[in-house]
Every structure is written in C-alpha cells, then in structure tokens.
Design a protein around this ligand. Structure first.
Ligand code: GSH
Length: 236
C-alpha cells in the first residue's frame, strides 16, 4: 500500500515532510486534514488523532510504520531511501545539519509564531523583539553561506526546514532583506527546486484563494503549474 502523509494546506511542518518525500522520489498519498482559516490547524482526521498524541500534522503511515513529527519523518525517509542523501555523509557534518534543522524548527520558527496575531501591532515590543530575533538568525545563516551554497554543505533537510520556516516568517512581516544577500540567493536557489515549487505553489494558491497575503518573492508561483509535473500520487 502506498505511504500516506497527513498534512494541512498551510502546515509548514507538513510541507517539510512533503518536500522531502518528493526529493526522494517516493510515492505517497497526501491527506489534507480539516483546517480553519486563521492559521490554526484542527487535525481531526481519525488517523492523526490515533497516531499522534499531540494531535498535530504531519503524520506518516507506511505499512507498520506510523510516526509523527516532521523531523522523525525526515529520519525515516532517509533510512528508507538513502539516495539522494539529504543529510551529509560524515558524523560531524550530519550533527551540524541536524542542529541547523533543529534551530530552524525550535528557535527560529517560535519567533515567527510570536508574530501570529500581531500583524496590526508590528511596532509593539513583542513584535519588534521577534523580528529582531529572526534578523539575528538570518545573519547567522548568512555566515554559513560564506563557505557553501547550502546551509549544511550540500542541499538537504536543513535547507528544507529553514526554507519553509522563512516563508512563514516573510508572511508575518519578518522576511529576509538585502542585509543578507547570500541568504537571498540561497532562497532563490532552493525555491527553484521542483520539489519545493510543487509544495509551496499549491500553498500560495491556497492563501491567494482565501484572500490572504502571498510573499512578493513567491508571487510567480500563483501563475501556471508550479508543480512542474512533480506530484504525489494522489490527494485525498
Ligand atoms: N514538531 C512538530 C510540529 C507539528 C506542528 O506544529 N503541526 C501543526 C501544523 S504546522 C499542527 O498540527 N498544529 C495543530 C495544533 O497544534 O493543534 C513537527 O515537526 O512536525
């Protein structure tokens, strides 16, 4: 039976898992769970409730494997199909890449979450602090890109995680700027990947259809077929 990935139309963590599966060339059925239109996901799908005590997406079912959490799913996909590799080869480089992925999910993204609900108060102290924290993270990533085209050497999970997190940061008013030119070039490079376009394109079209903001740098995805022929096997 084909692997099933449970996500939501605006789930940045689900998008991480979806991009990774596409990069690996793995077939999967994408199951979109119910969702309300105010940045809140209500994953009432019975399989999500059964498998994830946190009741969150993404959840992956592959035969006897039933797991949740985007990073856990990264690890499973890497074990399942080692090529193309999305973690670096050496132990030290892998540790570094995992650290960057963790920082993106657990340090950078929580600052973005702070901005949810503050869109009309971007000069308020908590919004200013969250934007400053995002800018600090961008500056750190800019330094990483002095040595390589991607955050942890070759393109991989660290890039996927931070790309998705920064899309939401931009939507909430904490996007990257010309202060980090290497990072802007990285954004364009990663954003051109067919797997990334295939996931971010529909997400932007969903936002647009619900009269919600689409970042300037992603406006082009509203035109035409952003999936470029890369599709998961079926949407449920
Ligand atoms: N650490 C988890 C985070 C998952 C997460 O926050 N999922 C969100 C959607 S992007 C969700 O399902 N939220 C619903 C809720 O918390 O009630 C991961 O990496 O998968």
């Amino acid at each position: 039976m084909t692997m099933q990935l449970f996500s939501g139309p605006l789930s940045m963590f689900g998008a991480k898992a979806q991009i990774a599966a596409l990069e690996k060339g793995l077939a999967f059925d994408l199951v979109m769970v119910p969702f309300d239109t105010d940045d809140r996901y209500l994953p009432r799908h019975p399989e999500v409730l059964r498998i994830n005590p946190k009741q969150q997406v993404p959840v992956l079912i592959d035969g006897e494997v039933e797991i949740f959490d985007s990073t856990q799913i990264f690890e499973y996909l890497e074990d399942l199909k080692p090529q193309p590799a999305l973690w670096p080869a050496s132990a030290a480089a892998r540790a570094n890449a995992r650290l960057l992925e963790h920082l993106s999910d657990e340090v950078f993204f929580p600052q973005v979450v702070e901005l949810f609900g503050l869109q009309d108060a971007m000069q308020s102290p908590p919004a200013v602090a969250a934007c400053a924290a995002c800018a600090h993270h961008y500056a750190l990533m800019e330094q990483r890109l002095a040595q390589a085209d991607h955050l942890a050497g070759e393109y991989g999970y660290a890039d996927i995680a931070f790309y998705m997190a920064h899309v939401f940061a931009d939507r909430k008013g904490a996007g990257m700027t010309a202060d980090t030119p290497r990072l802007v070039a990285w954004r364009d490079r990663v954003g051109q990947r067919p797997a990334v376009r295939a996931v971010v394109g529909p997400m932007m079209k969903f936002l647009h259809a619900h009269q919600r903001g689409v970042p300037d740098f992603l406006q082009a995805l509203l035109q035409g077929d952003s999936g470029q022929g890369l599709r998961e096997s079926r949407r449920t």
